[in-house]
Write a protein that binds this ligand. Structure first.
Ligand SMILES: [Zn+2]
Length: 233
């Protein structure tokens, strides 16, 4: 271990990015318990459709993943974002290698950014892009404040809630480019779909999406095109 890491570990004991438990050393930022129990999404199920766009999802949004995403908004953000960004980079590289040349993110509104002080999707995009020696680009803008998607249960309501809320302020930077669009969680996928549509309308060549986590329900199987409900197992 590098000396500086060893000193930092003593001064700021590392915590697991998912469960928040103290760890003996920084390692990969995940405690052995979580590493083993993380609800990885396997095989074809990693890729779902959000609107017309493919989205690679690393983990099921449950248990310690929920805790981790929640803590990203508090706690030691940069440490968590670095760990989560790695998972996003991994699943995106596995599914969409060679399909994008820019990494961007679904932004929060200026109001939420102002009150929270940071944009978690941007931190994740930065961490994922960093894995490939790239830098995230800001291409979308949220033009009005919306109700939190998590407060709406209904897929139709979620879709309505985010309709037309994303704009591309500088289309010349988007035109002809192929994007990887990053967000923390995809549940119904309507937020990502709205962001991806805005990029395409501004002239992007293509958009694929990637998130750290996604739900069990309404998974559209990438191979069969059938919607499956995994809640029964
Ligand atoms: Zn843990």
């Amino acid at each position: 271990m590098r000396m500086i890491t060893a000193i930092l570990d003593i001064l700021f004991p590392p915590r697991c990015a998912f469960c928040g438990r103290l760890m003996e050393c920084t390692g990969n930022g995940v405690c052995p318990d979580c590493e083993e129990k993380l609800p990885y999404i396997e095989g074809d199920k990693c890729v779902r459709f959000v609107g017309d766009f493919r989205c690679a999802v690393a983990l099921y949004y449950e248990d310690m993943v929920k805790d981790g995403v929640h803590s990203l908004k508090f706690g030691r953000k940069s440490n968590r974002a670095a760990v989560f960004g790695r998972y996003i980079a991994e699943v995106a590289a596995e599914q969409f290698a060679g399909e994008f040349d820019e990494v961007t993110y679904v932004p929060v509104s200026w109001k939420r950014n102002f009150t929270r002080g940071f944009d978690q999707a941007r931190l994740l995009a930065r961490a994922a892009a960093g894995v490939w020696g790239m830098r995230e680009v800001s291409s979308l803008k949220k033009v009005r404040h919306t109700r939190a998607q998590s407060s709406l249960n209904d897929a139709v309501k979620r879709k309505e809630n985010v309709k037309g809320v994303y704009r591309v302020p500088r289309p010349e930077r988007v035109r002809g480019r192929r994007f990887l669009l990053v967000d923390d969680v995809a549940t119904t996928g309507s937020t990502l779909a709205a962001g991806a549509s805005a990029l395409m309308e501004a002239g992007a060549a293509s958009v694929v999406c990637a998130t750290l986590a996604g739900g069990h329900r309404h998974i559209e199987n990438s191979v069969t095109g059938q919607t499956m409900d995994r809640s029964d197992g």
